[in-house]
Design a protein around this ligand. Structure first.
Ligand SMILES: Cc1cc2nc3c(=O)[nH]c(=O)nc-3n(C[C@H](O)[C@H](O)[C@H](O)COP(=O)(O)OP(=O)(O)OC[C@H]3O[C@@H](n4cnc5c(N)ncnc54)[C@H](O)[C@@H]3O)c2cc1C
Length: 290
């Protein structure tokens, strides 16, 4: 299958990409790793007349520590996230999740910014970014702005990004001491996308009481979402088996679950609870050991 014809642009800077987006408006699409966009173009579900390739822009890729946060450039590939020593030391949940995306070819090409901007309801990284309380920086014609992860995912394949904005970086606060995180996923056997994926982050104090809990779930609704009821239940509790079990039972409270080709709403709710329990159990082990 071949995409419809388009004009190909290779801007050398973010500002240049933004002006191209602003000039061609609905007729333009940004290209990062191409592993979501190109298949859609080949199916002719998207037929941009102008394709703006971000990959020649210097400085959009890389992982660094700055000002109490980890900063990841939007063009950083899944493989770079998966193999980063800095992330393994500071935010191991992120390499753990990135390593479960698709296969090696997908991880070599796909980017964190492309995954978040595309906002596939079965993508892995949105759940992790939500649990980590990240902020996403975008550049548009009026300059830079920052959006909290919880405000970024709006609906199915829809984010808070404006059509003339480029997502430039993801900023994740460094976790508090005695924090542990884990990502648990039930992958689709063919694509490896998440039928359900749960990212859990727990912080405990010296007396083993939960100080903070943060849970992101993907695959069950039109967008990745926080499991607020489960989080709130855990805070201030001693995280014994009963507490984790009850929290997992509350994982889907208040979330609108969508049946899809992978399963009914009941099946997805069941998986979400099972995978929340697993993610919480491993996150707790890591928090206690931290
Ligand atoms: C076989 C296969 C298996 C896969 N399995 C998984 C999986 O298991 N889990 C998973 O999460 N994903 C999976 N994916 C998707 C993969 O992770 C993609 O790489 C990712 O969703 C999109 O990233 P990309 O860099 O390829 O973006 P592209 O395809 O280049 O772009 C996707 C969309 O985001 C926009 N965009 C890209 N970058 C920016 C930016 N910086 N600012 C604003 N908009 C931008 C583009 O305009 C486009 O609309 C799979 C894909 C394939 C082909």
């Amino acid at each position: 299958m071949y995409p419809a014809t388009f004009e190909y642009h290779t801007p050398g800077s973010v500002n240049e990409a933004v002006s191209l987006l602003d000039r061609y408006k609905d007729e333009a699409k940004l290209l990062a790793g191409g592993h979501s966009l190109i298949p859609i173009m080949k199916l002719r579900l998207a037929q941009p007349k102008h394709l703006i390739d971000l990959r020649k822009i210097q400085g959009l890729s890389g992982i660094r520590e700055a000002g109490g946060a980890i900063v990841i450039g939007a063009l950083t590939t899944h493989w770079m996230v998966e193999s980063s020593d800095l992330l393994k030391q500071t935010l191991p949940i992120l390499p753990e999740a990135a390593g479960q995306i698709g296969d090696m070819q997908v991880r070599n090409m796909g980017t964190i910014g492309g995954s978040l901007a595309h906002a596939d309801p079965a993508a892995d990284l949105p759940a992790v970014i939500l649990a980590l309380g990240a902020e996403l920086k975008a550049m548009g014609p009026k300059g830079e702005r920052t959006t909290k992860a919880e405000d970024f995912f709006v609906d199915l394949l829809t984010t808070a990004l404006q059509p003339n904005e480029v997502l430039t970086e993801i900023r994740i606060p460094l976790p508090l001491p005695k924090t542990g995180g884990a990502y648990e996923k039930y992958p689709h056997p063919a694509s490896r996308y998440a039928v359900v994926g749960v990212a859990a982050l727990l912080t405990v104090d010296r007396r083993d009481t939960v100080q903070s809990a943060s849970i992101g779930i993907t695959g069950i609704g039109s967008k990745a979402t926080r499991a607020r009821a489960a989080e709130q239940y855990l805070i201030g509790k001693a995280p014994d088996n009963d507490a984790l079990k009850t929290a997992a039972e509350r994982a889907t409270e208040g979330i609108s679950i969508r049946a899809d080709l992978q399963g009914s709403a009941e099946y997805k709710a069941h998986l979400a609870k099972v995978y929340t329990r697993r993610a919480l159990t491993r996150a707790l082990e890591r928090a206690r050991a931290a």
